[in-house]
Design a protein around this ligand. Sequence first.
Ligand code: NOJ
Length: 721
Amino acid sequence: MKHPEIEKRIQDLLDRMTLEEKAGQLNQSGGSLVGAFDLSFEELMTMVQDGRITEEEAHKMLSDAKHDWHEDDLRAGRIGSYLNVIGAEEMNRLQHIAVEETRLGIPLINGFDVIHGFRTATPIPLAESCAWDTDLWQRTARMSAEEATAAGVHMTFSPMVDVSKDPRWGRIAESAGEDALLNGLYGEAKVRGYQTDDLTRHDALAACVKHFAAYGAAEGGRDYNRVDMSPQRFEEEYLPSYERAVKAGARAVMPAFNDLSGVPCSVNKKLLTDILRTRWGFDGMTISDANAIAECINHGIAADRRDAARQALNAGMDMDMTSGCFLDHVKELVEAGEVSMDRLDEAVRNILRLKFELGLFDDPYRSSPEQEQAAMLTPAHRALAREAAQKSMVLLKNDGLLPLKADLRIGLAGSLAFDRDEMSGTWSGGYRDGDGRSIQDGLDAEGIAYQAVREDQPLPDCDVFLCAVGERKAESGEAASRASLDLTASDIALLKRLKESGKPVVAVVFAGRPLCLGPAVECADALLMAWHPGVEAGPAILDLLIGRVNPSARLTTGLPAATGQCPTLYYDHIRTGRPAGVFKYTSKYLDAPVTPLFPFGFGLSYTSYRYSDISAAQTSDGIHAEITVRNTGDRAGDEVVQCYFRDPVARRVRPMRKLAAFEKVALQPGESKRVAFDIPNAAFAYYDQEMNLVTDDGVIEIHLGGNVRDTLQADVDYRHP
Ligand code: NOJ
């Protein structure tokens, strides 16, 4: 929202800025790395890619390197923002140069990927989404913001709200799963948590919604790949999550790397101007993804860097993340009349507006080294990370083995069970090695005796095996797509070896994505999907395994039975003319089922729930539905009651189910609750073939229950008001 006072101050500055200074504001610099070498990050990556150095060598060089922040450029007004300055002292030093030594004294804005916690790594977003808990999502965002701002960060490149239906895509780890509503609610909660309602607070962190748009639909699950889909599908399934996060007040938006039906998002005027600005009224800042403007040359849409800068600016891009195209070419483009002064001024305005809103002009030094030290990894932060981890891990199988009885002798297997640093997961840039707590640490803290299972030694004499399998953190996230979602051969061999011993097995899966867990289901008596749970992994896992905490997480993406099911595994698939059946000529595979191994919304607990007495009726605002849920077991628990609907006869084929709402309810043993949902009329609208938003009269099916597969149904004869 524009404030007249701020707009006046922006105009005053604009009137005094040279063309070069305007171009400088549009430039986000990543600095370059110096040490034993003098290279840009991009050059280093090229060396890894062409095999001149190994990835390990590159990591070592990165950790030994010092940043060169190109301070002469900063002094000359050629840098408006930095990517990845970490530490209050370093940020204050650079900010001092910007404020005291540049002609106009415009402060810097510093951006960093604070994705799931900062120093206190919380569960990866995919994991945290399984809590179905908007309050938790907001609280962990607040904690991340407190730590990150103390370390000199002003803006996070989060939330990512890319609906992710293909687990081969490594960045599914950063999403809230396969559903549009969940991604939208997740994004909204994160924006509120990061920003608060007062951006001038020292601990308020500007949120940048990404990756606009539909990056999660990259073809084949291959990162950076093309996205091509019908406009109806785009509007109905992919766009709503960005809209929700933007309308929650996010002050920045990052277009995606991919092209959308042939036009890269970085130069996509329909996205950056028509939808974002005109339709949604966004008046924050757009910032490209790293080097993405220059990469329009690789896409084959721009002839050269100048052409890429021209197209991006004219499409509505404001800031250039690290490609340097804007810095190098804005002046000549404006002088040649290829970019209007108005468009340039608008881009500068959008950037300066955010700097004013954050209070950086009046208060440029927002933290100190003392504040930074005091903010990190406090006991309260660890406690919240533990709570988040408890609420994120999904119990998939339990043949009565859990909760573990006291005094059992445990055989601890799988290298991940002993690993602290793999627990933080992808994109944990603020995490420090050693901060994490492994399963082994959890057992030690509980005083539970265990023996380590070694590959080359006979199995220990124990009562139960606790076995960790799955992915390491580098195996998901950016540039970590997989062609197979199977557990590794060594994980499967380990599980089989333990099963053959005849002793019961608890398997804990660490992963940044859904994996094919068939072999784990066969070999283990109990199976916990722990994802990458953050710094408090071990203690939280023990809380669940010994029954101190009753598992309550539910899957936000189905888990595949076979990789070849991807990407058609998602629950809101449309209907086909030949639904899968026993008959040969139906829509199915010869060698794998069409349904997931574990469905969307699924998760066990140590109690059981029974649903009854569903009712649904039309109201003036939409459909009101109710159901009774009863805790039929002997433990208190939290159940996620899920509300889906289906429009069985429509003008375009509609999804089998669509999540419309959910509520997490706490139930004591024997307790019943009546849970009510109001689905607004707007939820039933969809686009017809001509892109008109329409709603049908006729039956709407309401499906309520504890996961998408197991629901009760009530039909409503719906008349569109
Ligand atoms: C590339 C990633 O796609 C994006 O998500 C991230 O924010 C930027 N790099 C900055 O690190």
